[in-house]
Design a protein around this ligand. Sequence first.
Ligand code: PLP
Length: 327
Amino acid sequence: MNLAQRPTPLTLLDRASDRWGRGKRLWVKRDDLTGSTLTGNKVRKLEFFAAHANQHGYTSFITCGGLQSNHARATAGVCAQLGLHCELVLRGRPPLEGGNTLLDALFGAEVTPVEPREYVKNLEALLHATADRHRQQGYQPLVIPTGGSNGLGIWGYIAAAEELIADMAQARIEKALVVCATGSGGTQAGLTAGFALLSPESRVLGMAVCDDEHYFKEKVLDDVEQAKAHWADLSCPPDRIFTNDSYIGAGYGIAGPEVYKTIGELAGLEGILLDPVYTGKAFYGLITELKKGEYQDVEDIIFVHTGGVFGVFPHEQGLREALSHAG
Ligand SMILES: Cc1ncc(COP(=O)(O)O)c(C=O)c1O
């Protein structure tokens, strides 16, 4: 189902290459431009859930995530577009304010905040109970996992890999390091499987914003294994799964001054806005590794901008402080 604005541009960042590239060309795949309110990577995955819902008669979506989840916001937006009922089971305590929670409300999603410890312990049971309630209310519910990352959702990024490989051919890039933020693992899984299949000379690197390298190896393999239900020939050799888990900082959703500073620098330099939870951390990781002299085997580095723009608002104070120090 067509919900994302595709293809998104692949853009060479001249000034950023001069500042951070150490002789390499830095490109950005602008998946932050998949749509003004659906912005980011989630909509590519949600297209597959929407098609599945359409095919099987589902009338409500239930999904989960943190209070400021981009995936939850995008799911709420897609449901509003398609006339589906939406319930978001979100980890965190009220008040629901700022950033994505405002958009969830505007899209008319039902939001159920759950105390963090209870969420971590009982998420599966909570989603089950929510689905039962939807059935009693007369809906046919589809439960979408965290981040839309499973054997169905990752097809969005297998298709995105195909799109990016076509962009690369047009830009005469033969081999690249493709870097993305990785959280629930689906973007990394889809890109990794897609490049393994269609352009194995390039490689995909997930910059973790939570969890560790081992977790992402297992998660990518698991998602790809599930995706084989839709096409049995898909494969992803474990030695093609690359994750850097050194830039998580103090924890998921917590950004340090170095991340805020990087966001301000790239915004001022190229007019491209990163977010503090995902893309800002991943980009900071990338430029720090470049500073250390890593990635000698490639001339082209493509940063997949996975969106998250509304995530700057709950971090206004940190961003303003970084700007005042820069000024
Ligand atoms: C803006 C943004 N970038 C990257 C990611 C990571 O993608 P994934 O969940 O597929 O690992 C997410 C979501 O988790 C996100 O919202």
